[in-house]
Design a protein around this ligand. Structure first.
Ligand code: SAM
Length: 253
């Protein structure tokens, strides 16, 4: 880490220092020179610099002005730096379709994923570093204890693949938990109808994990209104069953 910059906890700053891991991430991304890549949270450039060697142009969004000064000091003509909050950025300005990459700030990883979910039509694929536990939840299958709202919301819209695990020592400062690289590709044919309704049904279904769906959904749907067996708990339903539930609920409105 540069001696100039003290890592800021509030911005979720854990800088990658392990060159082998950085190489593995770049190999996972396999950037092509004309790819339109957007990096979220470039920090001091651990992934940015090797990416810049491989692409004609790279857009990055960084919230911390001190880090932007460091990035600017590299004088890379093909680096386009945007100062701001990745959560408020309109992806349309990056000339979609884009490939999104980043070692994401862990404190806002879920909101960033949901922001990108709502913009998935502008995205080719996404390669992110996240907390291992979050990636495991994103990719969990129904029937598993960790299968929940995040698993359903991600897998209904993306192919989700855990690529490899990254230990804390690969960062400075070292986080307390393991991390993992996840690769996401928007599904070509997404079967979800109304996203807002789908989100609501999934949220309510998992609000009380120990209760049956009949109990969780009682303000939304009765057993007569759906073929899905509501005597089960939410964690037993696969993605298609949630899509059916949401469509059955939509029919009532
Ligand atoms: N990519 C660098 C690396 O791997 O060393 C830094 C990764 S660090 C985990 C997360 C980065 O995201 C930090 O540089 C932090 O300042 C930035 N960041 C935090 N919140 C952000 C936000 N809302 N929008 C854009 N960048 C943000």
């Amino acid at each position: 880490m540069s001696a100039k910059h003290k890592a800021r906890k509030r911005f979720g700053q854990n800088f990658l220092t392990d060159q082998k891991i950085i190489d593995q991430i770049i190999a996972t991304i396999t950037p092509k020179h004309d790819d339109n890549i957007l990096e979220i949270g470039p920090g001091q450039g651990a992934m940015t610099l090797p990416l810049l060697e491989r692409v004609d142009e790279l857009n990055v969004i960084e919230i911390d002005r001190d880090l932007i000064e460091i990035l600017e000091s590299y004088n890379k003509p093909n680096l386009v730096i945007h100062q701001g909050d990745a959560l408020n950025f309109d992806l349309a300005q990056f000339n979609p379709p884009i490939r999104v990459v980043g070692n994401l700030p862990y404190n806002i990883s879920s909101p960033i994923l949901f922001h990108l979910l709502n913009n998935r039509d502008k995205v080719i694929d996404m390669t992110f570093m996240l907390q291992k536990e979050v990636v495991e939840r994103m990719s969990a299958s129904h029937g598993s204890k960790i299968y929940g709202r995040l698993s359903v919301m991600m897998q209904a819209f993306f192919e989700v693949e855990l690529i490899f695990i990254v230990p804390p020592e690969s960062f400075e400062p070292a986080p307390k938990v393991d991390s993992a690289i996840v690769y996401l590709v928007p599904l070509k044919t997404c079967k979800v109808g109304n996203i807002k309704i789908f989100e609501q049904v999934v949220k309510v279904s998992f609000a009380h994990r120990r209760k049956t769906l009949r109990n969780c959904l009682k303000s939304l749907l009765t057993q007569e209104q759906t073929q899905i067996d509501l005597s089960q708990r939410a964690e037993m339903l696969d993605i298609d069953a949630f899509i059916t539930l949401a469509k059955d609920y939509e029919k009532q409105h």
